[in-house]
Design a protein around this ligand. Structure first.
Ligand SMILES: [Fe+2]
Length: 64
């Protein structure tokens, strides 16, 4: 489940990062800032999922 969730997060990170850059290049500062905040949230979610996997799930899965 974590793998699937992280696939989605990485897809979102790539998408929001690209859209943010497009907005910056087009001079849409407010849009770029919103996309930057969204991108930061997606990265935090990805990091949280990594911590959950590393701290709890991976070791339990290895024993099953
Ligand atoms: Fe997300």
């Amino acid at each position: 489940m974590i793998l699937a969730a992280q696939k989605v997060e990485h897809y979102e990170i790539a998408t929001y990062g690209t859209l943010r850059t497009f907005a910056q290049n087009m001079g849409h500062t407010e849009v770029a800032e919103l996309l930057e905040r969204t991108l930061a949230n997606e990265k935090m979610t990805d990091e949280a999922l990594t911590e959950i996997a590393q701290d709890f799930v991976n070791s339990q899965a290895a024993t099953e």
